[in-house]
Design a binder for this molecule. Sequence first.
Ligand SMILES: Cc1ncc(C[n+]2csc(CCOP(=O)(O)OP(=O)(O)O)c2C)c(N)n1
Ligand SMILES: [Mg+2]
Length: 355
Amino acid sequence: MLKEAYSGSIKYMQILDEEGNVDQSIPLDDIDNEKIIRMYKLMVFARAVDSKVLSLQRQGRMATYGPCIGEEATQIGAAIAMNPNDIFVPNFRQHALYLARGMPLENFLLYWKGYEEGNIPAAKINGMPVIVPVGTQMQHAVGLAFAQKQRKTGNAVVAYVGDGGTSEGDFYEAMNFAGVMKVPVILIIENNGWAISVPRSRQSAAETLAQKAIAAGIPGVQVDGNDVFAVYKAVSEAIRNSKDGAFVIECITYRMSMHTTSDDPTKYRSEADVNEWKARDPILRLRKYLSKHGLWNDDMESKMNEEYAKLIDAAVEKEEAFKPDPRSMFNSVYSFIPQVLQEEMDDAEANNYWR
Ligand SMILES: Cc1ncc(C[n+]2csc(CCOP(=O)(O)OP(=O)(O)O)c2C)c(N)n1
Ligand SMILES: [Mg+2]
């Protein structure tokens, strides 16, 4: 006997196309004009912050930084879909999400300057700190989601992983746990086409990254990650259904800029490729939608840009005037100070290392 033991498929969803037109066959649900304008402003704000931080870094006024330029819709769609009590678990590129969740800009800048003081409010916005070891956040996410289930909080956990991160064992282990334990976690694969210089085509032979969910018994979908409506819809549905278990959403987007400021992408990818993706810019297409529907004009655009420039400059001024406490690098690691760290701190104090 030979019969089919399993067959699975992954759907792809796009609602808002590159020209700012909406696919009428997919209902927008509760996406109203107020929400759309909020999405647009948050995406523009994140882009403005990224541009400023890159320029500060080039002037020697900021530490290493990996911008999220081009990936704003993948993050803002989720930020708007999340309830205030839902928890987000980022990797290191979710700046738009952090800012949309209410991370004060001054703290954001302090963190990326290398000061732990900037990181502390992350807990107040129900988000985990930045995590650089690729993939390790997946375990934290499913653990947090398991806790939500055990405590019956009704909250969901929204976690991010890059296309590169999906090749890590941590990703598979986390999905396996999430599938078996049916925890309320939404795993968002921010597939931006690259893991530093490794292209998506070299990352996995699988046709989609979302189909990895199938092996863990978790439903998954692929969405146009540059379409904020599609991301919003997929994430809100997944959150609504999260009491039934996990969900995987692969967002197809593009890292329009460098991996980090210590990377030069012109060494490994073509300008033609980048230009192709520029035409799919998530901000541009939403702007087209807004203009078509008479919801936005040049006057509103310039007022917004002016307001953001002032806001960002004021935050930079505050950040640059900040005097960090070197003890914070010891105090911020654990909820208590282990003896070994206490000894290092005492040694640094006694020997005047930071005076
Ligand atoms: C375990 C581990 N291996 C390698 C690295 C070095 N590293 C940092 S980011 C990165 C690529 C990550 O790519 P992806 O998951 O696609 O995220 P993206 O940077 O594209 O947002 C690598 C290899 C790391 N930080 N941790
Ligand atoms: Mg990537």
